[in-house]
Design a protein around this ligand. Sequence first.
Ligand SMILES: [Zn+2]
Length: 93
Amino acid sequence: MANPHGLPFPPLTANQKDAALAWFHSKAGQHPKCHLCKAGSFTVADYLSVPPVSSGQGASFGPMAYPQYMIICDDCGNTLFIDTRTTGLIAGL
Ligand SMILES: [Zn+2]
């Protein structure tokens, strides 16, 4: 199922978002603070982010894409981008 923006990644399920947040806490601690505003509440965005990849002949979203979780500070919107392949939380990416 494609998301509304045409990328081939469906919205994250509640379980996937919970797993991403648990992974974040396993790395950043149980009470991480935003490095901009020092608030301590974060939300995992509904969709993955996929930045364009430069191949030397332009940028594309092709097979070398790096899907990333967006973990957003609930206070200031500062956003962390975490590579889904590194976390291993979503099979097949
Ligand atoms: Zn913040």
